[in-house]
Ligand binder design. Structure first.
Ligand SMILES: *Cc1c(COP(=O)(O)O)cnc(C)c1O
Length: 397
């Protein structure tokens, strides 16, 4: 096995990858060339939602690859029509813009918010309020929106037009609204920031506030969407509807695809030529996303995610009580679960890798357990037992 550190790499140094390189996958497991079997509780950062090598997903991709790879949005793409119809039939939205990543989906949403206010006769309303601890991608607009110092450093000038308040505080949000505010952009559950969620009532009150001030409410569900939390969209838990939602990560099951969903009023300003993408909505990505939806919208699937999420949280909570010097608290919904740590999260993640289990660090010293949504109890047991061992070893230090 040749890991990254073993070669004189020509890949730009924006990452510091582990040495492990994978060769193939099956369900919730991946295998290295030399036969090491690794349990995947990271899903490539919440991407491989239906696991590795799912036969239905692979068959759909293969069938499309054999027909056509790409021909652009200058022509009708039936698989795109079908996916948009299914996403809107199952959500608040009335139309969908397709792109290739989460950041692009957020960018599309930012443009929608600004354009909406111009169309509504309020060109002076062009600022968007975001929340601290949030993450929206790594383009210039999305780092400007999230305002995380470590992501902005060295990249000035950033994009103007974003104000920021604390996550979960409705009074602070209301106080920040001015005559120049166009919309509100939040993650219903902050993923990269450390699996933080607000009081359930917060999202409802954001809706009421947006209505009161004539703003668009934009939820970034790039991580929480497409079944990850046990509902198709996380906003469903709050019994309310946003105006705009960005999706990506789990939508293609491992194929790059992003989507920006909007209701009627949020998309009124978008005429032919107002936005676009060369690759967005290409037939292969659409075939993959349609196959992922076949699985996730299938009978009982979201119930399975909820049940497994509950079991994972119960087992991690028990582990937290067993290792109070190492672990702090368990947070999350469905199979988007984070455990806050006293020990350094990166050390625990590294030690888990040595035990052949992948988990992912998140902000606020958190370890994320985000397995493929097809995970079963015995596989959760395997991950939790490895974590028990890792915590015990950390305690003995
Ligand atoms: C991962 C993520 C993004 C960025 O997605 P990319 O595909 O990396 O551009 C945006 N928003 C949220 C909430 C995310 O979790």
């Amino acid at each position: 096995m040749q890991g990254r550190a073993a070669v004189n790499s020509a890949v730009m140094t924006t990452y510091a990858p582990s040495d492990i390189a994978f060769d193939r996958g099956e369900g919730v497991y991946m295998f290295t060339k030399d036969g090491r079997r690794i349990l995947d509780f990271g899903s490539g950062i919440a991407v491989t939602s239906v696991g590795h090598g799912h036969p239905h997903l692979l068959a759909a991709i293969h069938a499309q690859v054999d027909k056509l790879l790409h021909y652009s949005n200058l022509y009708t793409i039936p698989e795109q029509e079908r996916l948009a119809k299914r996403l809107t039939d199952n959500s608040f939205a009335s139309s969908v813009f397709f792109c290739n990543s989460g950041a692009e989906a957020v960018e599309a949403g930012i443009k929608l918010v600004r354009r909406y206010q111009v169309e509504a006769g309020h060109p002076e309303k062009n600022r968007i309020i975001t929340c601290s601890g949030g993450f929206h991608g790594r383009t210039l607009a999305t780092i400007s929106a999230a305002k995380q110092e470590k992501h902005m450093q060295g990249f000035s000038p950033l994009l103007d037009g974003f104000d920021q308040v604390a996550f979960g505080n409705i009074n602070e949000m209301r106080a920040a609204i001015t005559d120049a505010t166009a919309g509100i952009l939040v993650e219903p559950i902050q993923g990269e920031g450390g699996i933080h969620y607000a009081e359930p009532d917060y999202l409802k009150r954001l809706r009421a506030t947006a209505d009161e001030f004539g703003l668009l409410l934009f939820f970034d569900e790039v991580q929480t969407g497409v079944g990850r939390t046990g509902k198709l969209f996380a906003y469903e838990y709050a019994d309310m509807e946003p105006d705009v939602v960005s999706l990506a990560k789990g939508l293609g099951g491992g194929i790059a695809v992003g989507a920006c969903l909007a209701n009627e009023r949020a998309s009124t300003g978008m005429a032919p030529g107002s936005h676009g993408s060369t690759f967005g909505g290409n037939p292969v990505a659409m075939a993959a996303a349609n196959a992922v939806l076949d699985i996730i919208l299938g009978d009982g699937f979201l119930g399975h995610v909820q049940e497994m999420g509950k079991y994972l949280k119960e087992r991690l909570t028990a582990l937290g009580e067993k290792h109070p010097n190492i672990l702090k608290d368990v947070r999350g919904e469905g199979l988007l679960v984070g455990i806050g740590c006293h020990a350094t999260n990166l050390d625990l993640v590294k030690a888990m890798e040595a035990e052949n289990v992948l988990v992912i660090p998140a902000g606020d010293n958190t370890v994320r357990f985000i397995p493929p949504l097809i995970v079963q109890k015995n596989e959760i047991d395997e991950a939790v037992e490895a974590f028990d061992k890792v915590c015990a070893a950390a305690e003995a230090l």
